[in-house]
Every structure is written in structure tokens, then in C-alpha cells.
Design a protein around this ligand. Structure first.
Ligand code: FES
Length: 89
């Protein structure tokens, strides 16, 4: 699994998952499929997961909508953290 930056995250487009690290050592994972019209989200900056299609943004902490046309949060996905690696499921 790629390195997940603190206060940010990584987008795994193939798996359609976003893995974030909102607080040091605390990992979360969300669906990377925007709840607006289904684009895969495009980037993560300033604590937000952004969708370039129509500029929706979601919290890296809980997937909630921060802005844009989306009204539903990104669903959280289960992950397992083992030492330095984060595994889906
Ligand atoms: S599909 Fe993401 S903002 Fe529209």
C-alpha cells in the first residue's frame, strides 16, 4: 500500500478507494466514487477529498460533504492496520 500522508490521503483509483490519515496513526478508508454522479475523486488537499467533475468535496475524517453539489457522504470502508501497512477489509 502506498504511503498515506498525515493530514491527507491517497486515492487508489483501481480499487476505487481513498485511504486517509486524518490524525497521526489514525487511518480511514472511503469509497472513491463521488456520490454526486459517480466520478472517481481526483485529489486530496487541505483535509478535503475533491471531485473534479463538479467540485464536490468531502472530509478526510468522516467522508461528510464539505461543499459542492453532492449531498451524501462517501461511504466508509473497512480497513485493517498492521504496523506500517494498511489493508482493505
Ligand atoms: S460527480 Fe463528483 S461532483 Fe459531480
Amino acid at each position: 500500500m502506498a504511503d498515506v500522508p498525515e493530514g491527507g490521503g491517497v486515492i487508489l483509483s483501481e480499487e476505487r478507494v481513498v485511504v486517509t490519515q486524518p490524525e497521526p496513526g489514525e487511518y480511514r478508508a472511503f469509497s472513491a466514487v463521488c456520490t454526486h454522479q459517480g466520478c472517481v475523486v481526483s485529489d486530496i488537499s487541505n483535509g478535503a477529498i475533491n471531485c473534479a467533475c463538479h467540485q464536490s468535496s468531502f472530509s478526510i475524517t468522516d467522508g461528510s460533504v464539505l461543499g459542492g453539489p453532492a449531498t451524501a457522504p462517501l461511504p466508509e470502508q473497512a480497513i485493517t492496520v498492521e504496523g506500517d501497512s494498511v489493508r482493505l477489509g
